[in-house]
Design a protein around this ligand. Structure first.
Ligand code: PLP
Length: 229
């Protein structure tokens, strides 16, 4: 078995355990393999080990690798996104996790309109208030959701966050909880084109805590593919 296959088996087991420990059905948590900065071969190895969902963070890298790999992969885009690059993702991503401003949502809407399709997106929030990270402010959440939901060719499927890095995953728990609560608040607003089915939260070192707080998509890179350069 390849090292990637071994890692995947271990992570799936940990996801299972985390679900069982908090009474969740393991089927409600999906593993997104974050393959940024990893070669196409690593993706193929993970695919051969049964992994079908992959997340990329850089548009150019995504375009190259997704063109090179002829496998029925479900691609998610999870990185910071400039509006002028949205056209390169058009029709190719199952879910864009990183929508944090109206102008970006508007561009996704108009690009997907050109192919007569609806883009599935998540709204990304920067709950730690870190200047270096993308994500909308929690306080603007309702207004942003209202404006974005009025756009055609878009379906909001949930929320995403990338909390501050903490050595101890317990310190990250309050951010995960806040994202879930924000999701509950937005769901209660009953907006058109908005469903809170997905909470994209948790990475290699803290996905267990994220699952306990309601994550439905955990984004795991290093623990599957090893350290990035
Ligand atoms: C890189 C990245 C991940 C994966 O992080 P690991 O610590 O390698 O698991 C998850 N989410 C986002 C948004 C990322 O950019």
């Amino acid at each position: 078995m390849s090292e990637i296959a071994t890692n995947l088996t271990q992570i799936r087991r940990q996801i299972d355990l985390a679900c069982r420990s908090c009474g969740r059905d393991p089927q409600t948590v999906r593993l997104l393999a974050v393959s940024k900065k990893k070669p196409a071969q690593a993706i193929k190895d993970a695919y051969d080990a049964g992994q079908k969902l992959f997340g990329e963070s850089y548009v150019q890298e995504f375009s190259q690798k997704s063109a090179e790999i002829e496998l029925p992969i479900e691609w998610h885009f999870i990185g910071g996104l400039q509006s002028n690059k949205v056209k390169y993702l058009r029709g190719k991503t199952a879910l864009i996790h990183s929508v944090d401003r109206y102008s970006l949502a508007k561009e996704i809407s108009s690009q997907w309109a050109k192919i007569g399709k609806t883009a599935d997106i998540l709204l990304q929030f920067n709950l730690g208030g870190e200047a270096t990270k993308s994500g909308a402010d929690e306080a603007d959440g309702l207004e942003l959701a209202q404006r974005i939901c009025a756009l055609p060719n878009l379906q909001v499927r949930g929320l995403m966050t990338l909390p501050p890095y903490c050595e101890d995953p317990e310190e990250v728990r309050p951010y995960f909880r806040r994202l879930r609560q924000l999701g509950e608040k937005l769901a209660a607003a009953d907006l058109p084109n908005l469903l809170i089915e997905e909470l994209s939260m948790g990475m290699s070192h803290d996905f267990r805590v994220a699952i306990e707080e309601g994550a439905t998509l955990v984004r795991v890179g290093t623990a599957i593919f090893g350290a990035r350069d």
